[in-house]
Ligand binder design. Structure first.
Ligand code: IMP
Ligand code: MG
Length: 332
């Protein structure tokens, strides 16, 4: 897997953090580049401890992995510094000098705009920060004194790593259905969330990518407003064990069964080569903690076969529990 892009298939919260942390440990990743911004929380469980990461790449769990934040990202300075401290990655994290900065005023604008509130934004200010970047008045990382020690040229580091045959992962945030271009507009985030956009934010060209790993959850969830086909009532979600609250904002997540039509669209637009399927143990509790394919129940295997048949890509990685290593890995 010299260069892999990880993207979300639905509305974020598919469990990308967990998949990335597994790959970091298992494949001994050399480099991980995070894109997007502070609105997205990637949850990682490590030795019984839970991290909800808004800035630091989820591959921090592997101590030899170089961690980068791309030029297309938006950096929340206080959150970045807090997480660098909490994960103890000061000596191996770098920030592109041209990544833009989210300020407190952007969060206030986000929370006080009736329009943005109506879309159910996270309130972190990402939309207003991107607006300011488009006006070309936003601050960038190189303008911030506390960030000087972290500045680097992420595109150069990433491409050098690829050219040297190192293992690099480009970490997408959110999911295709939240894409500004391809999602359920206007109930979307302020950026494109597809694999191409992840490459663009990191500064890696499409010919350099070997693998696009699309992460699905075994059922769908979304926070905020907008279409969710097949949405369950909260009571039904509770009954099925699908009820979740958001890692970032604590908001309740709406839920619905896996939708094959949306899954096919996500595979098409991301150009996915492989799928990861998380939380299989929530649909099939007898699969909890399984680490080999043979341990999965017949029903669970039938569901995996159906996903493969309908999307046309192999389900290579299956999540069976919260810990990074609760995984069935079917890659060669
Ligand atoms: P914004 O990205 O804060 O502007 O919010 C726009 C929409 O995207 C809202 O529906 C948010 O709930 C949703 N959203 C943004 N980031 C995430 C995420 O990381 N996970 C799930 N939903 C998100
Ligand atoms: Mg999340």
């Amino acid at each position: 897997m010299p260069c892999t892009v990880i993207a979300g298939a639905f509305w974020g919260d598919e469990g990308k953090g967990k998949i990335i942390s597994y790959l970091a440990l298992k494949d001994k990743l050399d480099v991980c580049v995070r894109t997007g911004s502070v609105n997205a929380a990637h949850t990682v469980w490590l030795q019984g401890k839970r991290y909800a990461l808004h800035m630091v790449p989820a591959a921090f769990v592997y101590e030899n992995c170089r961690l980068l934040i791309g030029a297309g990202a938006n950096v929340h300075v206080a959150k970045f510094l807090e997480e660098v401290e909490a994960t103890n990655v000061k000596n191996r994290i770098g920030l592109d000098h041209q990544a833009s900065i989210i300020e407190e005023k952007h969060s206030i604008q986000d929370k006080t705009s009736a329009h943005l509130k109506g879309l159910g934004t996270t309130g972190w200010g990402v939309g207003p920060a991107i607006e300011e970047r488009i006006r070309r008045t936003a601050k960038t990382a190189k303008d911030i004194p506390e960030l000087q020690q972290y500045l680097t040229d992420v595109a150069t580091e990433a491409n050098n790593a690829i050219n040297a045959g190192k293992k690099i992962l480009l970490e997408g945030t959110q999911g295709l259905m939240l894409s500004l271009f391809h999602g359920t507009y206007p109930y979307v985030t302020g950026r494109d969330t597809s694999a191409s956009a992840i490459c663009s934010e990191a500064g890696v060209g499409p010919t350099k990518v070997d693998n696009v790993l699309l992460v699905f959850k075994a059922f769908m969830t979304r926070v905020g407003t907008g279409l969710l086909p097949g949405e369950l009532t909260k009571e039904e979600a509770f009954k099925r064990g699908w009820f979740e609250t958001a890692a970032g904002t604590g908001r309740e997540r709406r839920s619905a069964p896996f939708n094959f039509e949306l899954a096919r669209k996500a595979v098409m637009i991301n150009g996915s080569t492989q799928a990861a399927l998380t939380k299989l143990d929530i649909l099939y509790p007898e699969c909890k903690g399984a680490r080999t394919y043979n341990e999965l129940s017949t029903e669970a295997k039938q569901f995996i076969n159906e996903v493969e048949k309908q999307t046309g890509i192999p389900v290579a990685i299956i999540g069976t529990g919260p810990e990074a290593l609760d995984i069935v890995d079917r890659r060669e």
